[in-house]
Design a protein around this ligand. Structure first.
Ligand code: XMP
Ligand code: MG
Length: 183
């Protein structure tokens, strides 16, 4: 099965690889301006943010370091449980660091608001968020996302790191998962 076959599980493509890269480049220009001379620490949230981090970090033309955290707020379904657990913690000391959380998507906002509080409590000089996708209709808690990519409809999306039951992360595009796949 190649990735063109699994695109048949999408009811529509929301963003192509080119559109995603264009957006990431736009955000990188803002971050370069805001963080000039500050060596930000990019904190990627596993596993969904792997593709965003890989492309965003390489697009940045300022020094930056990367670290990773794995948290869980979802089971294998499509609804947020509201319970956040750390599955893998950072290796870095955050004291005095300018942290940018790199996320694939903000849905209810529960994961990111919890993460913001957690990282701020570790003595970081600043903590901001870059989320490639945002579902504005789904927000149950207000989260200040400094760098937001695309606003998307309140649908379950996959591709470019985003999964349904661990599948579809390797799609280059982002699309809406067809209901026949999960119903
Ligand atoms: P909350 O609701 O806490 O959710 O903001 C954030 C996390 O939930 C996952 N998520 C999705 N994953 N397609 C996915 O593949 C989606 O449409 C979707 N909506 C939320 C994601 O892991 C994110 O980090
Ligand atoms: Mg996920």
């Amino acid at each position: 099965m190649d990735t063109s076959d699994i695109e048949g599980d999408l009811s529509s493509i929301l963003y192509t690889e080119e559109q995603i890269h264009q957006k990431i480049a736009e955000v990188a220009r803002l971050v370069e301006r805001d963080y000039a001379g500050r060596d930000p620490l990019l904190v990627g949230v596993l596993k969904g943010a792997v593709m965003v981090m890989a492309d965003f970090a390489r697009e940045l033309r300022i020094p930056a370091t990367m670290d990773w955290m794995a948290v869980s707020s979802y089971g294998s379904g499509t609804k947020s449980s509201g319970v956040v657990r750390i599955l893998k913690d950072l290796d870095s000391d955050l004291h005095g660091r300018d942290v940018i959380i790199v996320e694939d998507i903000i849905d209810s906002g529960l994961t990111l608001s919890w993460l913001l509080g957690n990282l701020r409590g570790r003595g970081a000089a600043s903590v901001e968020i870059f989320a490639l996708l945002r579902k504005p209709e789904a927000a149950t808690v207000e989260v200040d996302v400094k760098y937001a990519g695309f606003e998307i409809p309140n649908e379950f999306v996959v591709g470019y790191g985003l999964d349904y039951d661990e599948r579809y992360r390797n799609l280059r595009a982002i699309g809406i998962l067809a209901p026949h796949v999960y119903s």
